[in-house]
Ligand binder design. Structure first.
Ligand code: RIB
Length: 292
């Protein structure tokens, strides 16, 4: 089954620092790099390197040729990417010596993209294909509704968290992926527990505490995180979700798919960067083999 990823494409500007700046503080960066990022592109790359056939739907601006070439270079099919006139989305990412980050994004083309061509691109999907989406574009609910109407499986990573966006998309979602903070925000906003959210399944990622799969009427599945030497946590959630989608697209059951995704994320956080840090399938399988 193909993974269709409707999502952001950013140019990530990485600044490494001893610590994240306090308000009013000016700090020299110890390094500066530019690479392909965006939650959508990161998830596409993670899924493709994990072995899935991936088609990306999104947009870049006039300065997006390099980002697009990088996405294609990772094996992601990009005919559904709109070329717009304004700027490509970008992110300023500061990473401290413990691997923690602070990120500012400018949406650019991600929010300016048109619904019509995106929906048209999705018409090529087949029954049982997966639509993977996040919160950094426009028109998520329209794409999710169309996908569900076509008999696709919809996996929605509700990041960056926005309760209004989640409410709009949730009726058209099969698997909702949130981190622990987002899960708490969502339960507070809707006044219900995880098992009572109106989706088939909720996956909660908890960093070094692993991840859990909640589905109404079935026992919760928990998988531990694998030990990792953390260098940079940026994009770890994107890696987990992309690898999870890849595993589900080949028919792995939820527990096996989460173990696969947890192994991918453990590899990703041990390297600097976002898309450039995504692991290949052979590495994921080797780590899974080592960890028994
Ligand atoms: O999740 C990490 C991503 O968030 C970065 O690649 C950045 O572009 C922002 O979208």
């Amino acid at each position: 089954m193909t993974v269709w990823c409707f999502g952001s494409i950013n140019i990530d500007h990485f600044y490494r620092l001893d610590h994240l700046p306090a308000p009013g503080e000016t700090l020299p960066a110890t390094s500066y790099e530019v690479e392909l990022g965006g939650k959508g592109a990161n998830q596409s790359v993670a899924a493709a390197l994990a072995g899935a056939v991936v088609r990306h739907i999104g947009a870049v601006g006039a300065d997006g040729a390099s980002a697009l070439a990088q996405l294609e270079g990772f094996g992601v099919e990009c005919s559904g990417v709109q070329r717009l006139e304004g700027p490509t989305g970008h992110a300023v990412i500061m990473v401290d010596s413990a691997g923690e980050n602070a990120i500012v994004i400018h949406p650019g083309a991600n929010r300016a993209l048109a619904a019509g061509p995106a929906l048209k691109a999705l018409e090529g999907a087949e029954l049982g294909d997966i639509l993977l989406l996040q919160n950094e574009t426009a028109h998520q609910a329209a794409l999710a509704e169309a996908a569900m109407g076509q008999g696709m499986e919809v996996i929605y990573s509700a990041a960056p968290f926005d309760v209004g966006a989640v409410r709009a998309v949730m009726p058209f979602v099969n698997v909702l992926v949130v981190n622990a903070v987002e899960a708490a925000q969502l339960q507070d906003a809707l006044g219900v527990g995880l098992e009572d959210l109106p989706v088939e399944s909720v996956v909660v990622t908890r960093g070094s505490e692993g991840a859990s799969w909640h589905a109404r009427g079935t026992p919760q599945i928990h998988v531990p995180a694998l030990p990792a030497q953390v260098v940079d946590t940026t994009g770890a959630g994107d890696c987990f979700t992309g690898a999870l989608a890849a595993a589900l697209s080949e028919g792995q059951d939820p527990e096996a798919a989460m173990r696969f995704a947890a192994a991918a994320a453990a590899l990703q956080v041990s390297r600097p960067g976002t898309s450039a840090a995504m692991p290949r399938r052979a590495e994921i399988e080797a780590l899974l083999g080592e960890s028994g």
